[in-house]
Design a protein around this ligand. Structure first.
Ligand SMILES: NC(=O)c1ccc[n+]([C@@H]2O[C@H](COP(=O)([O-])OP(=O)(O)OC[C@H]3O[C@@H](n4cnc5c(N)ncnc54)[C@H](O)[C@@H]3O)[C@@H](O)[C@H]2O)c1
Length: 333
């Protein structure tokens, strides 16, 4: 695999050094100095540009860690060259561009995987449905997610500064994982509103945001994300899944994922159960990608649909962002 995009992608180069299923053979970035530095540090070939990567028959796959505005076109080119792709969130900032890249992947029969939406059903979401059935928790009522970290960012001319590429920024950057999980649990939202503010960072985009969502069957949701909070657990994700007769809290902290059920059983008995797993829910599924490539399995159509839905989520955030800027009503249909 060649890693393209070496800002966050540099971390992936490091992560894959200890991976026995995928071998990184080279790196590529528009910034030649960065590519040379990372290539030198890890003893990897530096590819001049993506054309050189896509034209190299020795390269089976690419890790695409570029910004979401350029991602779909590069996925399309990679697929046309027969290269498998592992990429990151947000999958795309535009539904039409997402469609083009997904069509190219379908035609090529290649693998396309991102860390969110998840390729494999997570043990945590499975646990939610298991408890719901086992304890007759009733209808889903609400989904309430939170995620924060503490940044002190300044403008740097990247996509993070552009409200159109990075709409409702804390949600596009951090909350998108929770949003995708909510779609797994409740289907795509039918309506959304947003409020956002910039409390302390200096980018033109917001650093704290709250979105409210309406899903089918009257299920309501909210996601609160901020870059201004330090509670000692950076990037901790919490998601409350609220049913008629119980609540499941999913929480990820420092690589440990926990699920806790508080519910009411027959005769008003109290039920509590807990499960935990190591490894974050949004880790890159390297082993599964390697298995799919070896087995010649293409991207599953249902996963391609989830990727398309995640692009639609970003489009929704863009609509909200534009509404917020122009003072037009924020709700969308
Ligand atoms: N935990 C995670 O999974 C995680 C963490 C951070 C960022 N990300 C995601 O990673 C992606 C990249 O984030 P970032 O902060 O590194 O963005 P960035 O814009 O700062 O960096 C992107 C890099 O890609 C390079 N690039 C762009 N187009 C290229 C091209 N055609 N050929 C070669 N190189 C090219 C740029 O020169 C730059 O170095 C984003 O989608 C972001 O959301 C994921």
């Amino acid at each position: 695999m060649v890693i393209i995009g070496l800002n966050f992608g540099e971390q992936i180069v490091g992560e894959l050094q200890a991976n026995s299923t995928i071998a990184v053979v080279g790196v590529c970035d528009l910034d030649e100095a960065k590519a040379s530095e990372v290539g030198h540090q890890y003893g990897l070939r530096r590819y001049r540009d993506v054309s050189e990567v896509f034209g190299d028959p020795a390269v089976e796959a690419v890790g695409l860690f570029v910004s979401p505005d350029v991602r779909p076109a590069l996925i399309g080119r990679a697929a046309a060259a027969g290269k498998h792709v592992v990429t990151t969130k947000p999958f795309a900032h535009d539904g039409a561009a997402a469609d083009l890249s997904l069509d190219a992947v379908r035609r090529a029969g290649t693998v396309l995987v991102a860390n969110s939406p998840r390729l494999l059903p997570g043990a945590d979401l499975d646990q939610v449905w298991t408890w719901r059935q086992r304890h007759d928790l009733g209808r889903l009522i609400a989904l309430e997610g939170r995620c924060w970290a503490s940044y002190d960012e300044v403008p740097d001319g990247t996509w993070y500064d552009d409200p159109d590429l990075c709409p409702v920024a804390p949600v596009t950057r951090l909350g998108i994982y929770l949003l995708s999980d909510m779609v797994d649990l409740a289907g795509p939202p039918v309506r959304a509103t947003a409020v956002q503010s910039r409390v302390r960072t200096r980018r033109p985009t917001s650093d704290t945001a709250l979105i409210s969502l309406e899903f089918g069957d009257g299920v309501l949701g909210s996601v609160l994300c901020s870059f201004c909070v330090d509670d000692g657990h950076p990037y901790a994700n919490e998601l409350d899944v609220v049913f008629e007769r119980g609540r499941v809290r999913l929480a990820t902290r420092e690589g440990v994922l926990t699920a806790r059920l508080d519910a009411v059983g027959p005769g008003s008995t109290r039920i509590t159960e807990e499960s935990s797993w190591t490894g974050g829910p949004y880790d890159y599924p390297w082993a599964e990608v390697a298995r799919m490539v070896r087995a010649g399995e293409p991207t599953p159509p249902q996963y391609a649909r989830r990727l398309r839905e995640s692009a639609a989520l970003v489009e929704t955030l863009r609509t909200l962002e534009r509404g917020a800027r122009s003072s037009e009503p924020a709700p969308i249909a």
